[in-house]
Every structure is written in C-alpha cells, then in structure tokens.
Design a binder for this molecule. Sequence first.
Ligand code: ATP
Length: 194
Amino acid sequence: APKIIGLTGGIGSGKTTVAHFIEEFGFPVYYSDDRAKTIVNDSEELKIKIKDLLGDASYDENGRYDRKYVADKVFNNRELLQQLNEIIHPAVRIDFENWVKKQTKYLVFKETALLFELKLNRQCYKSLLVTAEDNIRIKRVMDRDDKTYREVQSVMEKQMPEKDKIKIADCIIYNNTNLEELKEQTEKVVFSIE
Ligand code: ATP
C-alpha cells in the first residue's frame, strides 16, 4: 500500500498550487473538497440523507446540489453543520480508500483544508503544511477571488491558528516568495519523504 501524505494549509496558503506541482513531479493527488462536491451529486444515498436533514431544496429542480442553499442553512448553526459533515465525511473517506487502492506510486497525497481540524493526519503517514504570512495570503485571495481584505480576514479568523498547525505538521513549506521558489521547495520536500 502507498504511503499517504496529508497536504493542507489555510485559505490562500497555496496548497492547491503545491498540489499541482506535486502532480507535475509524478505523484497522484486526491482533492478531498473537489471530490466531496462530486459525491454529493453522484450518491443517491447522500441525496436522501441531506434532504432529510436540510430539506428538499438542498437539491435544485435538476437534482443538482445547491451549495448556496446548504451553506445558508448551516451558517451559524454548528449542530446542523456537524450533522451535515457526519453525512459527507464518511462518504469521502470511502471514496478516498477506493482511490488509494487504484494507485501504484509509493507516495500519494491527500489535499484537505481540514486535515488537522478533523484529525485526518492520524490516518496519514505524514502531514505536509503549506503556510505563508497572513497579509500575503489575504492579498493573494483578494486577487484570486475579488474579495475584500475584511472578507478574507474573517474566513481566516475562523480557521485553526497557523501557529497550532505549524506545531503539529511533519513537513512545512513556507510560501512567502514566488512560484519558482515554491516549486523548488515542493520538489525538495516531496523527494525527501521516505
Ligand atoms: P484556498 O484554500 O483559498 O483554496 P489554497 O491554499 O488552495 O487556497 P492557492 O489557490 O494555491 O491556495 O493559492 C492562492 C492564490 O495565490 C492563487 O491565485 C495562486 O495562484 C496564488 N499563489 C500561490 N502561491 C503563490 C506565490 N508563491 N506567488 C504568487 N502567487 C501565488
């Protein structure tokens, strides 16, 4: 079985950029958040459970998951959010396990925003954190998503503090400079994992 490396980072840290570099170096990456978005549409079982929890409007007239509706429903309702996660997370875990079985490389990467929050690092051989200074991250997301400083900051404030993640992570990539240096650091880290 391949060794699983959990890849994570807060908003705008550059984890997706790092994941793409990792794929360029020939290693497979499982994108948990992307997969979750697919699974909520593909699984009839999930559809039923989510509708039971949040209402039929969780899916639109074409049967597509209505992210906006669901996000509004669970916004500021920790109990509902937790129940929703208890439906979605096990399905993603099973999907991931099936994906891993198909991989032939000695290392595979699992990109998850909530690696430490959900303690998914316990199921990984090692954790790899991408981090950068708050100001840099905020500016990058403002450019990428056309958001205000305050909007990005408020998302950041709800995430696990960077200093706590740095304490737990096995490997850390500091993404405070340019993409060339980010790629070099990624290469070094990836090929030094044994
Ligand atoms: P999110 O969790 O918000 O999806 P992320 O951690 O996946 O963010 P990315 O999308 O990889 O972060 O990076 C955020 C933005 O910053 C992107 O537009 C990306 O191209 C840019 N970026 C990342 N690293 C650098 C860098 N070193 N130099 C310049 N731009 C960068």
